[in-house]
Design a protein around this ligand. Sequence first.
Ligand SMILES: C[S@@+](CC[C@H](N)C(=O)[O-])C[C@H]1O[C@@H](n2cnc3c(N)ncnc32)[C@H](O)[C@@H]1O
Length: 453
Amino acid sequence: MSKPGKVFLAGAGPGDPGLLTQKTVELMSHCDVVCYDLLIDQAVLSMIPADKTMLPVGYRGYCGATIEYGMHPLVIEQALAGKSVLRLKAGDPFIFGRATEECRSLQHHGIEYEVIPGISSALGAAAYAGFPLTSNGMASDVTFASGHKVSPTIKSWALAGDAAGTLILYMGAKKLKKHTEELMLLGKLPSTPVAVIAAATSFKQRTLISTIDQIGDQIIEFDNGDPMLVALGEVVSLANELNWRDVLPLSQQQVLTCSNDQESRNKLKLLGATIVDAPKIEVNYQFDSEDWLTITTNKHLWLDSQEAAKSLIECSRKHRLDIRDWHWNISGSQDAADYLQHFGIFITINDKPVDHVCIVASTKSHGICGRQVRLIQPNYQLSPSSFALTNEIVAVEFLINNNLLLDDAVVFTRNVEVVEFLSDTDVKSYLITKNDSFDELDISSLILCSRAA
Ligand SMILES: C[S@@+](CC[C@H](N)C(=O)[O-])C[C@H]1O[C@@H](n2cnc3c(N)ncnc32)[C@H](O)[C@@H]1O
């Protein structure tokens, strides 16, 4: 039998993929298989390379059924088959993560393992709802308790009186009314501030702030099935003052991106958007043999874009044609010139001459196109979005055909062909121009107009 592979028990944080540790991000690429909880956000799953085997292994609540705690049989099976497995768990694996049982069952099977901490939902929820867990003069300690059952911790927090710190209840939302009634019976002031944070740190995050005498009833309407975390204590009252996230114009938006446009992605992130990298694309640069013959037997080439220049470089490499032996008289766009300059090749910048062979970035343009795009479909459930970022028509077609764009959706793009394509559909487009147009003001008014539509 082959040596078992190693299992990495890693925390995936509460939702925002930016909260993953560097180590977990690296393991996403290096492990053979990724096994993930049902609570893991799709923005996190979208960071996993498309060629990985991905297996959902979690459960949510157990509705009275008996669960055999321990490492999931699929994880054991993959590891025993010699595969390295990244076992992604919500939040931190060592906080209400049943990790003791999981580690023991790995030991039992002789499987080596490593534990990588993650941002627990309490830390994410407090930071993204805008209140600290401890604060000078208000709370000097914080307690993490399970609210799944009536726990002695809840009792001791109530009995500690009003000077007590902050109480965090994981899995406590469903029984919150019972917990708050008990807390008040034990002497906790009915005016004690409480926050319930649903889907913390994701674009779906919602926060309900109230007092312990009210929250038990209010939570019934608030509950939409997303995971919820409860925080009790004076620190919650700081949320109005310290909240930083709600002012970001895109904090409640998810953008499906199918693009390597780092500049736009970074700007969207700074505006608060959650980026979901899906569907992924694979771009190849190769001319078919007939087109390559046309190119090599002509003397004058014109390149319409950086992508066209890249095609020429990549295909020369593939055909073992040294760029020092290029025999062409080349001209083209500024972008093409800028790209080729990195290779020590200087071309004339001009508009398309009539007698040249034109190499173009898109099959829709008139000329020879060496850029081929393949879409890799996500192998996990993607939910629809109001925004997308892509320069690829195939990606837009995929999003529309799979109902991944909501009715009032807007597609950000740098490609005028995408704008033209969308003009025949109900989906709006937003052309990102070279230098500007992508600032906060534009985005806010765009959201307003997409909501008004
Ligand atoms: C089994 S515990 C897992 C806790 C996880 N290991 C952690 O460190 O956050 C599941 C509970 O964590 C909380 N939780 C997990 N993710 C959450 C999120 N994104 N937002 C709010 N609460 C969350 C909820 O209270 C949920 O019932």
